[in-house]
Design a protein around this ligand. Structure first.
Ligand SMILES: [Zn+2]
Ligand SMILES: [Zn+2]
Ligand SMILES: [Zn+2]
Ligand SMILES: [Zn+2]
Length: 248
């Protein structure tokens, strides 16, 4: 998938920004929060899909220091990943700047222990982590700890922003948003509803099993993934903006 300028809305004020813009904007809100209250510890975490596959998908999470790493894992499963209960793990992405509080062998050798550890015992500002879901058809995510904030997060994890549904077009007609993918065809493999009906007549797999819905997740089209369990209103096909009417 090509890099497209994905945008997301702010949890606090609903304003819309690009991926880089929203991160900066949220930092401002969180700094303000920290001015008023100092009652705990929490982290602002940016989560992206593997840049090799576009890096268009993103989340900004606000996670309490007493939440478990497993709570982040649960959240990622609920919004982006869960198809049939595959295993998942956090690890060190081997970046030079990686701050290692735990060395990579610890992270790799006992993923379960990591899941049961409180975030404040693992995360520090600037740390990068890799999250893999499903060790067959793996979906890899990159986490960056942007900031540590002296504020408690009620409920453990708050979604501060996510990319709005990406502008994925039907590769046959080129004019309508794609609603379905064919996971066995190479190109075209994204179809609007109308073109999908035509594709089903020529592609046996599509009529049979290879049609998957376009959803707002880096796991789109992989294994049995057909959408998240939370924040469903932002989990579908993008809505085409009507062109402003030209008069005269
Ligand atoms: Zn805002
Ligand atoms: Zn699966
Ligand atoms: Zn079409
Ligand atoms: Zn096909």
């Amino acid at each position: 998938m090509p890099t497209i300028n994905s945008v997301g809305k702010c949890f606090f004020c609903n304003a819309e920004f690009t991926k880089a813009g929203i991160t900066k904007h949220l930092k401002g809100h969180l700094a303000k929060e920290a001015k008023h209250i100092k009652n705990g510890t929490s982290f602002h975490i940016k989560i992206e899909d593997d840049p090799r596959f576009g890096g268009n998908f993103f989340l900004n999470l606000w996670v309490d220091g007493e939440a478990l790493m497993g709570d982040i894992d649960d959240f990622l499963r609920a919004i982006w990943l869960e198809c049939c209960g595959h295993l998942s793990a956090f690890s060190n992405p081997k970046k030079k700047k990686m701050l290692t509080m735990l060395d990579e062998n610890d992270l790799m050798s006992d993923p379960d222990e990591i899941m049961d550890t409180e975030t404040k015992d693992i995360l520090v500002k600037g740390m990068k982590l890799k999250h893999d879901y499903d060790f067959g058809s793996t979906t890899t995510l990159l986490l960056t700890v942007l900031e540590q904030i002296p504020v408690e997060v009620p409920g453990g994890v708050i979604l501060l922003s996510r990319n709005e549904p990406l502008e994925i077009m039907c590769e046959t007609c080129g004019t309508e948003p794609a609603a379905l993918l064919c996971t066995t065809c190479y190109e075209p493999n994204s179809f609007c509803k109308k073109c999908a009906k035509k594709h089903a007549k020529t592609c046996e797999d599509f009529a049979d099993y290879s049609a998957m819905p376009v959803v707002n997740s880096p796991r789109m089209g992989v294994c049995g993934y057909d959408g998240g369990r939370i924040d469903k209103k932002r989990d579908g096909v993008f809505i085409k903006k009507e062109k402003p009417e030209t008069s005269g």
